[in-house]
Design a protein around this ligand. Structure first.
Ligand code: ADP
Ligand code: MG
Length: 259
Protein backbone atom coordinates (compact mmCIF):
# COMPACT_ATOMS: atom_id res chain seq x y z
CA UNK A 1 0.00 0.00 0.00
CA UNK A 2 1.38 3.42 -0.88
CA UNK A 3 1.54 6.13 1.75
CA UNK A 4 -0.86 8.21 -0.34
CA UNK A 5 -3.31 5.35 -0.33
CA UNK A 6 -2.90 4.97 3.40
CA UNK A 7 -3.78 8.60 3.84
CA UNK A 8 -6.82 8.14 1.64
CA UNK A 9 -8.06 5.24 3.69
CA UNK A 10 -7.09 6.30 7.13
CA UNK A 11 -7.39 10.04 7.41
CA UNK A 12 -10.48 10.86 9.39
CA UNK A 13 -12.58 12.81 6.93
CA UNK A 14 -15.60 14.78 7.81
CA UNK A 15 -18.55 13.33 5.92
CA UNK A 16 -21.31 15.60 7.08
CA UNK A 17 -23.97 17.62 5.34
CA UNK A 18 -27.02 16.51 3.42
CA UNK A 19 -26.64 13.13 1.69
CA UNK A 20 -25.90 13.36 -2.04
CA UNK A 21 -27.73 10.08 -2.67
CA UNK A 22 -30.74 8.86 -0.72
CA UNK A 23 -32.39 5.52 -1.35
CA UNK A 24 -35.49 5.04 0.76
CA UNK A 25 -37.38 1.72 0.94
CA UNK A 26 -36.51 0.98 -2.69
CA UNK A 27 -37.95 -2.15 -4.30
CA UNK A 28 -37.58 -3.35 -7.86
CA UNK A 29 -39.03 -6.26 -9.77
CA UNK A 30 -38.07 -7.75 -13.12
CA UNK A 31 -41.52 -9.10 -13.97
CA UNK A 32 -42.30 -11.44 -11.08
CA UNK A 33 -38.72 -11.48 -9.83
CA UNK A 34 -38.13 -9.31 -6.76
CA UNK A 35 -34.58 -8.12 -7.51
CA UNK A 36 -34.19 -5.28 -4.96
CA UNK A 37 -35.82 -5.54 -1.56
CA UNK A 38 -36.21 -2.62 0.79
CA UNK A 39 -32.96 -0.82 -0.01
CA UNK A 40 -32.14 2.02 2.36
CA UNK A 41 -28.91 3.88 1.81
CA UNK A 42 -27.70 7.43 2.38
CA UNK A 43 -24.42 8.43 0.78
CA UNK A 44 -22.58 11.51 2.06
CA UNK A 45 -20.65 13.88 -0.18
CA UNK A 46 -17.13 12.53 -0.61
CA UNK A 47 -18.04 9.13 0.74
CA UNK A 48 -16.57 5.95 -0.77
CA UNK A 49 -18.76 2.88 -0.66
CA UNK A 50 -17.79 -0.59 -1.82
CA UNK A 51 -20.59 -3.03 -2.67
CA UNK A 52 -19.87 -6.75 -2.76
CA UNK A 53 -21.94 -9.91 -2.76
CA UNK A 54 -22.56 -13.06 -4.78
CA UNK A 55 -23.30 -12.96 -8.49
CA UNK A 56 -26.97 -12.21 -9.09
CA UNK A 57 -27.49 -10.51 -5.72
CA UNK A 58 -28.59 -7.21 -7.32
CA UNK A 59 -25.42 -5.11 -7.08
CA UNK A 60 -25.49 -3.88 -10.70
CA UNK A 61 -29.23 -3.29 -10.54
CA UNK A 62 -28.81 -1.17 -7.41
CA UNK A 63 -26.21 1.17 -8.83
CA UNK A 64 -27.95 1.35 -12.23
CA UNK A 65 -31.07 2.63 -10.45
CA UNK A 66 -29.06 5.63 -9.22
CA UNK A 67 -28.66 7.08 -12.72
CA UNK A 68 -31.93 5.63 -13.91
CA UNK A 69 -30.47 3.04 -16.27
CA UNK A 70 -33.09 0.94 -14.45
CA UNK A 71 -36.48 1.94 -13.13
CA UNK A 72 -37.73 0.90 -9.72
CA UNK A 73 -41.32 0.30 -8.70
CA UNK A 74 -41.46 1.28 -5.04
CA UNK A 75 -39.67 3.69 -2.72
CA UNK A 76 -37.69 6.83 -3.49
CA UNK A 77 -34.27 7.70 -4.87
CA UNK A 78 -33.00 11.26 -4.54
CA UNK A 79 -29.72 12.36 -6.13
CA UNK A 80 -28.53 15.81 -5.10
CA UNK A 81 -31.81 17.65 -4.80
CA UNK A 82 -33.50 15.77 -7.64
CA UNK A 83 -35.94 12.96 -7.00
CA UNK A 84 -35.86 10.32 -9.73
CA UNK A 85 -39.25 10.06 -11.34
CA UNK A 86 -40.30 9.54 -14.93
CA UNK A 87 -39.57 13.21 -15.67
CA UNK A 88 -36.94 12.83 -18.39
CA UNK A 89 -35.61 16.38 -17.93
CA UNK A 90 -34.78 15.64 -14.34
CA UNK A 91 -33.25 12.30 -15.28
CA UNK A 92 -30.91 14.19 -17.61
CA UNK A 93 -30.01 16.52 -14.74
CA UNK A 94 -29.07 13.53 -12.62
CA UNK A 95 -27.10 11.83 -15.39
CA UNK A 96 -25.07 15.01 -15.79
CA UNK A 97 -23.93 14.67 -12.19
CA UNK A 98 -23.32 10.92 -12.17
CA UNK A 99 -20.57 9.19 -14.15
CA UNK A 100 -20.49 5.46 -14.69
CA UNK A 101 -17.72 3.00 -15.52
CA UNK A 102 -18.65 -0.52 -16.58
CA UNK A 103 -16.91 -3.88 -16.55
CA UNK A 104 -16.60 -3.83 -20.36
CA UNK A 105 -15.27 -0.36 -21.01
CA UNK A 106 -17.88 0.42 -23.72
CA UNK A 107 -15.55 2.67 -25.74
CA UNK A 108 -16.50 3.40 -29.35
CA UNK A 109 -14.09 1.24 -31.39
CA UNK A 110 -14.17 3.43 -34.50
CA UNK A 111 -13.27 6.63 -32.62
CA UNK A 112 -9.84 7.59 -31.30
CA UNK A 113 -9.23 7.80 -27.56
CA UNK A 114 -9.44 11.59 -27.76
CA UNK A 115 -12.68 11.44 -29.78
CA UNK A 116 -14.16 9.00 -27.26
CA UNK A 117 -13.41 11.54 -24.54
CA UNK A 118 -14.75 14.60 -26.39
CA UNK A 119 -17.87 13.13 -28.01
CA UNK A 120 -20.31 13.76 -25.15
CA UNK A 121 -18.81 17.10 -24.04
CA UNK A 122 -19.10 18.42 -27.63
CA UNK A 123 -22.51 16.97 -28.57
CA UNK A 124 -24.30 16.85 -25.23
CA UNK A 125 -22.70 19.77 -23.40
CA UNK A 126 -22.08 21.91 -26.53
CA UNK A 127 -18.53 22.65 -25.40
CA UNK A 128 -16.30 24.02 -28.19
CA UNK A 129 -14.09 21.31 -29.72
CA UNK A 130 -10.75 22.90 -28.74
CA UNK A 131 -11.83 23.31 -25.14
CA UNK A 132 -13.21 19.76 -24.97
CA UNK A 133 -9.92 18.43 -26.34
CA UNK A 134 -7.89 20.40 -23.81
CA UNK A 135 -10.04 19.01 -20.98
CA UNK A 136 -9.77 15.48 -22.37
CA UNK A 137 -5.96 15.73 -22.55
CA UNK A 138 -5.88 16.90 -18.94
CA UNK A 139 -7.81 13.81 -17.83
CA UNK A 140 -5.81 11.48 -20.07
CA UNK A 141 -2.70 12.84 -18.35
CA UNK A 142 -4.32 12.20 -15.00
CA UNK A 143 -4.93 8.55 -15.87
CA UNK A 144 -1.38 8.48 -17.25
CA UNK A 145 -1.99 7.78 -20.94
CA UNK A 146 -1.86 11.10 -22.82
CA UNK A 147 0.42 9.49 -25.42
CA UNK A 148 -2.43 7.18 -26.47
CA UNK A 149 -4.79 10.02 -27.41
CA UNK A 150 -4.67 9.45 -31.16
CA UNK A 151 -4.86 5.66 -31.09
CA UNK A 152 -7.99 3.54 -31.33
CA UNK A 153 -9.35 1.47 -28.41
CA UNK A 154 -8.34 -1.80 -30.10
CA UNK A 155 -4.69 -0.72 -29.98
CA UNK A 156 -4.74 -0.36 -26.18
CA UNK A 157 -4.52 -2.97 -23.42
CA UNK A 158 -7.60 -3.67 -21.31
CA UNK A 159 -6.17 -1.71 -18.40
CA UNK A 160 -5.46 1.28 -20.62
CA UNK A 161 -8.96 1.12 -22.12
CA UNK A 162 -10.52 1.09 -18.67
CA UNK A 163 -8.45 4.14 -17.70
CA UNK A 164 -9.73 5.85 -20.86
CA UNK A 165 -13.27 4.97 -19.78
CA UNK A 166 -12.61 6.64 -16.42
CA UNK A 167 -11.11 9.73 -18.11
CA UNK A 168 -14.06 9.88 -20.50
CA UNK A 169 -16.45 9.91 -17.55
CA UNK A 170 -14.46 12.62 -15.77
CA UNK A 171 -14.62 14.84 -18.88
CA UNK A 172 -18.31 15.34 -18.07
CA UNK A 173 -17.30 16.71 -14.67
CA UNK A 174 -19.45 14.38 -12.56
CA UNK A 175 -20.02 14.85 -8.83
CA UNK A 176 -20.58 11.14 -8.24
CA UNK A 177 -18.90 8.15 -9.88
CA UNK A 178 -20.43 4.67 -10.09
CA UNK A 179 -18.17 1.73 -10.91
CA UNK A 180 -19.57 -1.69 -11.80
CA UNK A 181 -16.83 -4.32 -11.44
CA UNK A 182 -14.32 -2.12 -13.29
CA UNK A 183 -11.47 -4.61 -12.97
CA UNK A 184 -13.17 -7.97 -13.31
CA UNK A 185 -12.71 -8.22 -17.08
CA UNK A 186 -9.00 -7.38 -16.85
CA UNK A 187 -5.95 -9.61 -16.87
CA UNK A 188 -4.50 -9.70 -13.35
CA UNK A 189 -1.44 -7.60 -14.20
CA UNK A 190 -3.69 -4.72 -15.30
CA UNK A 191 -5.89 -4.60 -12.24
CA UNK A 192 -3.48 -2.50 -10.20
CA UNK A 193 -3.15 0.35 -12.70
CA UNK A 194 -6.94 0.77 -12.76
CA UNK A 195 -7.28 0.51 -8.97
CA UNK A 196 -4.49 3.10 -8.58
CA UNK A 197 -6.48 5.49 -10.77
CA UNK A 198 -9.55 4.90 -8.60
CA UNK A 199 -7.57 5.42 -5.39
CA UNK A 200 -6.30 8.77 -6.65
CA UNK A 201 -9.84 9.78 -7.57
CA UNK A 202 -10.94 8.87 -4.05
CA UNK A 203 -8.15 10.99 -2.59
CA UNK A 204 -9.39 13.97 -4.52
CA UNK A 205 -12.70 13.69 -2.70
CA UNK A 206 -14.91 12.10 -5.36
CA UNK A 207 -18.10 10.47 -4.08
CA UNK A 208 -17.82 6.86 -5.26
CA UNK A 209 -19.95 3.74 -5.26
CA UNK A 210 -17.88 0.80 -6.38
CA UNK A 211 -19.12 -2.72 -7.03
CA UNK A 212 -16.01 -4.85 -6.70
CA UNK A 213 -14.58 -7.95 -5.13
CA UNK A 214 -11.18 -6.27 -4.78
CA UNK A 215 -11.13 -6.38 -1.00
CA UNK A 216 -7.70 -4.71 -0.86
CA UNK A 217 -9.27 -1.68 -2.48
CA UNK A 218 -12.15 -1.82 0.00
CA UNK A 219 -9.74 -1.86 2.94
CA UNK A 220 -7.69 0.98 1.46
CA UNK A 221 -10.33 3.51 0.55
CA UNK A 222 -13.86 2.49 1.53
CA UNK A 223 -15.68 4.39 4.25
CA UNK A 224 -18.30 1.66 4.29
CA UNK A 225 -18.59 -1.80 2.79
CA UNK A 226 -22.00 -3.14 1.83
CA UNK A 227 -22.71 -6.84 1.47
CA UNK A 228 -25.71 -7.72 -0.69
CA UNK A 229 -27.46 -11.06 -1.03
CA UNK A 230 -30.73 -11.91 -2.76
CA UNK A 231 -31.60 -8.28 -3.43
CA UNK A 232 -31.07 -7.09 0.13
CA UNK A 233 -28.42 -5.11 1.94
CA UNK A 234 -27.50 -7.78 4.47
CA UNK A 235 -24.67 -5.91 6.14
CA UNK A 236 -23.12 -2.45 6.02
CA UNK A 237 -20.08 -1.52 8.07
CA UNK A 238 -16.66 0.12 8.13
CA UNK A 239 -14.05 -2.05 6.38
CA UNK A 240 -12.29 -2.80 9.66
CA UNK A 241 -15.48 -4.09 11.27
CA UNK A 242 -16.73 -5.71 8.10
CA UNK A 243 -13.64 -7.86 7.61
CA UNK A 244 -12.70 -8.55 11.22
CA UNK A 245 -16.15 -8.95 12.67
CA UNK A 246 -18.78 -9.88 10.06
CA UNK A 247 -22.20 -10.11 11.68
CA UNK A 248 -24.16 -12.43 9.43
CA UNK A 249 -23.64 -16.04 8.40
CA UNK A 250 -24.10 -15.14 4.75
CA UNK A 251 -21.36 -12.50 5.00
CA UNK A 252 -19.00 -14.94 6.69
CA UNK A 253 -19.68 -17.54 4.04
CA UNK A 254 -19.05 -15.04 1.25
CA UNK A 255 -15.83 -13.70 2.79
CA UNK A 256 -14.67 -17.27 3.30
CA UNK A 257 -15.07 -17.86 -0.41
CA UNK A 258 -13.31 -14.75 -1.70
CA UNK A 259 -10.56 -13.98 0.82
P1 ADP B 1 -25.20 -8.72 -9.70
O1 ADP B 1 -24.71 -7.47 -10.32
O2 ADP B 1 -25.14 -8.72 -8.21
O3 ADP B 1 -24.54 -9.94 -10.26
P2 ADP B 1 -27.64 -8.09 -11.10
O4 ADP B 1 -28.12 -6.83 -10.51
O5 ADP B 1 -26.98 -8.03 -12.43
O6 ADP B 1 -26.75 -8.86 -10.03
O7 ADP B 1 -28.85 -9.10 -11.27
C1 ADP B 1 -29.67 -9.48 -10.17
C2 ADP B 1 -30.67 -10.51 -10.64
O8 ADP B 1 -31.57 -9.92 -11.57
C3 ADP B 1 -30.05 -11.69 -11.35
O9 ADP B 1 -30.77 -12.85 -10.95
C4 ADP B 1 -30.29 -11.41 -12.80
O10 ADP B 1 -30.42 -12.61 -13.54
C5 ADP B 1 -31.57 -10.65 -12.78
N1 ADP B 1 -31.66 -9.68 -13.89
C6 ADP B 1 -30.73 -8.73 -14.18
N2 ADP B 1 -31.12 -7.99 -15.23
C7 ADP B 1 -32.32 -8.48 -15.61
C8 ADP B 1 -33.28 -8.14 -16.65
N3 ADP B 1 -33.04 -7.11 -17.48
N4 ADP B 1 -34.40 -8.87 -16.73
C9 ADP B 1 -34.64 -9.88 -15.87
N5 ADP B 1 -33.81 -10.26 -14.88
C10 ADP B 1 -32.66 -9.57 -14.75
MG1 MG C 1 -23.24 -7.13 -11.72
Amino acid sequence: MTSAAQQAGQSARHLGGAPVIRMIDVHKWYGEFHVLRDINLDVARGERIVICGPSGSGKSTLIRCINRLEEYQKGRIIVGDVELTNNIKRIDEVRREVGMVFQHFNLFPHLTILENCTLAPIWVRKIPKKEAEATAMRYLERVKIPEQAHKYPGQLSGGQQQRVAIARSLCMNPKIMLFDEPTSALDPEMVKEVLDTMVSLAMEGMTMLVVTHEMGFARQVADRVIFMDQGQIVEMNTPTEFFSNPQHERTKLFLGQIL
